[in-house]
Design a binder for this molecule. Structure first.
Ligand SMILES: Nc1nc2c(ncn2[C@@H]2O[C@H](COP(=O)(O)OP(=O)(O)O)[C@@H](O)[C@H]2O)c(=O)[nH]1
Ligand SMILES: [Mg+2]
Length: 356
């Protein structure tokens, strides 16, 4: 079995020597056959040249790809997959924030039967070095958004880690988007695999050089999550869910009118059966259409869960409406914002629980 270690680089010259040395020690100690694939985007500091030189003078099994036309982290990793000869691929950064000593542990998980082994910051024993609480909060918040928006990855604690190992077959047939922002998330959505395991590790400090990522990171991340939702058909569901929701408004109003005008019911009371009928209407269409392929729990459970979502939505709607009105906002506008929040809450709850 051969391991291909894929390392995207941009201006990482000063990290290479220690990186190669530690990789080579770790792999030799564990007894794995390996190759290092450096995918460099024509770094001004000539990282590619130094990588080749280290390979020649010190005998490390390095293959260097110098890209002069393309750029970007994800596309570099995808290129690495194409060049790799191994049975197991490992992806890691060059800056030593990913300790090379973890590689054998990841590979061992693959040998034991995992298809993807992630070096994870967010399982017990893992962590990050020297991050302020707000940076942790942003990181965890971003992951949480990804996990609820993409139910397929909801069991993965660190789906955006840049340090992981996988079997070649996982990505061989996958149509990975080179402009994707987080390559692991892309693989978790589009790859062919069954078992994912996470191995704890501490995300260290950058040894030399500086970070290339930052600035628009959050926006790019959200764009990537959106593209993956689209690819997964989750955006289609969202559209269907809103169409059904709109039909519910018609049902609600229609029955309210019928109960009050035709049956002479009390206006305060009539609202209750009208709302319940709208909930039932929405449930039926969502069950038969929006989430048809996801019916796993018995009907009565789905029905109860759908009502829980409706109740939660109503509470959220009110919790947003009341303070906004109190703060002086126009009550119709406040209600609209409340409805939007309720919509998101109901969709996510139904997607992850009722039809989860
Ligand atoms: N080939 C290539 N590598 C990149 C690019 N951007 C970043 N990298 C490499 O990807 C790894 C992670 O980047 P880094 O700046 O450390 O990200 P951070 O740890 O999130 O700050 C490092 O090895 C970088 O050299 C790029 O556009 N092309
Ligand atoms: Mg880094």
């Amino acid at each position: 079995m051969k391991v291909s270690i894929i390392i995207p680089t941009y201006n990482e010259r000063d990290n290479l020597e220690e990186l190669f040395e530690r990789i080579s020690n770790a792999m030799e100690k564990a007894g794995y056959d390996y190759e290092i694939i450096v995918v460099d985007d024509d770094s001004p500091d000539r990282t590619w040249e130094y990588a080749e030189e280290l390979g020649k003078t010190r005998g490390y099994p390095v293959k260097v790809i110098r890209r002069t036309k393309e750029k970007g982290l994800s596309s570099a990793v995808i290129r690495g997959f194409k060049e790799a000869e191994g049975d197991v691929f490992v992806v890691m950064d060059a800056d030593l924030q990913h300790p090379p000593e973890k590689i054998p542990e990841l590979v061992r998980e693959i040998e034991k039967g995992a298809d993807i082994a992630i070096a994870s910051r967010y399982v017990p024993g893992g962590g990050v070095e020297n991050w302020y609480w707000y940076r942790k909060l942003i990181s965890k918040g971003a992951i949480m958004i990804g996990r609820v928006a993409l139910p397929k990855i909801r069991h993965v604690k660190d789906p955006v880690s840049g340090f992981f190992a996988l079997r070649r077959e996982v990505v061989e047939k996958a149509d990975l988007n080179p402009i994707g922002f987080k390559i692991l998330m892309e693989i978790l959505i589009k790859g062919t695999y069954k078992k994912v395991v996470e191995v704890p590790f501490r995300f260290g400090l950058r040894k030399a050089g500086e970070s290339k990522l930052g600035g628009k990171t959050m926006i790019n991340y959200l764009k990537h999550v959106y593209r993956l939702m689209k690819w997964e058909g989750e955006i289609d569901r969202l559209v269907k869910f809103s169409i059904v929701g709109t039909s519910g408004i018609v049902v609600n109003e229609g029955f309210l009118w019928f109960f009050v005008s035709e049956l002479g019911m009390d206006k305060y009371i009539a609202n209750i059966p009208a709302t319940e009928l709208a909930i039932l209407n929405n449930f039926i269409w969502n069950d038969l259409w929006t989430f048809r392929d996801l019916r796993r729990y018995p009907l009565w459970k789905r029905l109860i869960s759908f009502h829980v979502a409706a109740l939660m939505g109503a509470i959220v709607q009110w919790l947003i409406y009341a303070p906004l009105v109190y703060l002086g906002m126009n009550y119709l506008v406040a209600n609209l914002i409340g409805i939007a929040a309720s919509f998101i809450v109901r969709f996510l709850f139904n997607r992850n629980v009722t039809w989860g």
